[in-house]
Design a protein around this ligand. Sequence first.
Ligand code: HEC
Ligand code: HEC
Ligand code: HEC
Ligand code: HEC
Length: 186
Amino acid sequence: MRKKALISGLILIVAALVIFSTTTVSSKNAGSFKYVGVSKCVTCHKTEAQGKQQDIWQNSQHSKAFKTLQTEAADKIAKDKGFNTKAAETPQCVKCHVLGKDIVADELAESFNKEDGVQCESCHGPGSEYKAMSIMKDKQKSIENGMNPISDINQLCTGCHNSESPTFKDFKFDEMWGKIKHNKAK
Ligand code: HEC
Ligand code: HEC
Ligand code: HEC
Ligand code: HEC
């Protein structure tokens, strides 16, 4: 009997420790990863050897996605959709033209600029913690520190390239990825 009580006591302690440690880890993570903006990524990701991510992104439509919302054509689309705010001030438009989700002030570092449109972190996740060289070098550590593991590229794209977009026609993955892929020189 005493042995049984001792064992169930131990189980309770272990369970309490597990619950304690997982809740503290998740509450830390939830608040600590912020979007820092493309300017903080391209300091390292611009050379030929790294894969020229800066140039490829700058020359793609993604870097212009917010400016697109600041046009008369965009305002007309927003109006036709029943919004009475300008496109660039309509959260339902801004979400796909910046992060792919609603913009929450608490999740943005001061350096983040929504006018840079769809940027590195829109696909790779909030980089305030993983952008440190010591973490970046290690993919697993980066993922633990906010980097999106991207298990399915097509699914990442169709999170924004879908029929919820007022101008959507279709999405041909191979062709579209061909226009923006930015792999390292091998
Ligand atoms: C201090 C320099 C530095 C900064 C700043 C930096 N990176 Fe990196 N990044 C690296 C290095 C080094 C690697 C490892 C590349 C390699 O394997 O050659 C890397 C790898 C990556 C990878 C590939 C991960 C993998 O292995 O699949 C991604 C994606 C990435 N960085 C995105 C970003 C984003 C987004 C930002 C901005 C939030 C950023 N980086 C900021 C240096 C940096
Ligand atoms: C956060 C939302 C978002 C995600 C995720 C996203 N896109 Fe886009 N993409 C856009 C928006 C918005 C535009 C329109 C920009 C504009 O024209 O102003 C666009 C435009 C493009 C264009 C230019 C249009 C054209 O026909 O040439 C290409 C290419 C493209 N995306 C490829 C991709 C690929 C490939 C992926 C996945 C790896 C992807 N996008 C993921 C939002 C996104
Ligand atoms: C579900 C994500 C999503 C939403 C919501 C969204 N967009 Fe877009 N938008 C895109 C993508 C992706 C593209 C590029 C490909 C396409 O046309 O679907 C785009 C392209 C555009 C273009 C350029 C079209 C062209 O032919 O050059 C305009 C203008 C635009 N969007 C305005 C808006 C406005 C205004 C709203 C809000 C009423 C809005 N978008 C909401 C994802 C979205
Ligand atoms: C539209 C989404 C999207 C945007 C915007 C984007 N990336 Fe990527 N990136 C991807 C995808 C998808 C991959 C490929 C992942 C894979 O192969 O598993 C990738 C791969 C990478 C890699 C790894 C390259 C290699 O060969 O190992 C680096 C580094 C990287 N991105 C950095 C950046 C930086 C820096 C920016 C901004 C200047 C950026 N990315 C913008 C979607 C994006």
